[in-house]
Design a protein around this ligand. Structure first.
Ligand code: 1GP
Length: 231
């Protein structure tokens, strides 16, 4: 079985966006550690199953990042469940989770499930707005990181800058607060240099949009991350 503790680079594929078979093959065979399937809007069971079937032709691990109850389906290697720490709406913190467990709780293989403590950091992003997130100070982010590590004891803390390159200084400070919890960084990575900078600070670097905007640049981020040691 795969060990997520060894992952360094992940591509996030949005089921609601078009990607050709040829492009998807390049993404899956790129040497990335996993394909994370998830998006903010328009994620349906149909487009999720389509991506799952197409990624399954390759040996790369395939993970569903659950974004709504309708698109949950068996067949993924892992299920990542976001809980949005800075949301003002309980629905995104424990609400949808409770509904999912009410419906599927007895069928869930808990060993395949990892909860991600999300901190939404780009107020202009769809993800931030959709989840009714509240703006946070650096001190807030550090407090959330310490809570995730020491109080909630979640496996993953996700700094989500979706669409915007983040503050490497803050990512570094967060990194120093986490020992057992893995630090995921995602947002605005357009070139290898940025991927490398974040790979020095975070355990896992997530690359999303650039796959659709500039596939060649996206593919270059894999090697950049892989040859970088976390400090
Ligand atoms: C989005 O964190 C990921 O959920 C990656 O962000 O799309 O900006 O690369 P980008």
């Amino acid at each position: 079985m795969y060990n997520i503790k060894e992952w360094r680079h992940v591509f996030k594929i949005d089921p609601n966006k078009e990607i050709s078979d040829e492009q998807l093959e390049k993404v899956c065979d790129s040497g990335t550690d996993a394909i994370l399937v998830g998006g903010t809007d328009g994620v349906t069971l149909e487009n999720t199953l389509d991506i799952l079937a197409r990624v399954r032709r390759f040996s790369v691990p395939c993970v569903l990042e659950i974004s709504n109850l309708d698109s949950i389906t068996p067949g993924f290697d892992f299920y990542f469940v976001p809980t949005v720490l800075n949301s003002s709406d309980p629905k995104w913190i424990t609400g949808l989770h409770k509904e999912a467990v009410k419906e599927y709780g007895d069928f869930i293989n808990w060993d395949e499930m990892f909860v991600e403590g999300y901190c939404m950091l780009n107020p202009d992003s769809k993800a931030f707005q959709e989840t009714n997130s509240e703006s946070v100070s650096d001190e807030d982010v550090l407090a959330y990181a310490m809570m995730v590590e020491n109080m909630l004891k979640l496996p993953i803390f996700y700094m989500e800058y979706s669409g915007m390159y983040g503050d490497s200084n803050l990512v570094g400070q967060v990194s120093r607060k986490l020992q057992n919890t893995l630090l995921f960084y995602g947002g605005g990575i357009h070139q290898a240099e940025q991927a490398k900078e974040m790979a020095e600070l975070a355990d896992v670097v997530i690359v999303g949009n650039i796959v659709y905007d500039d596939l060649k640049a996206a593919l270059h981020t894999v090697q950049a991350v892989k040859e970088t040691k976390k400090k």
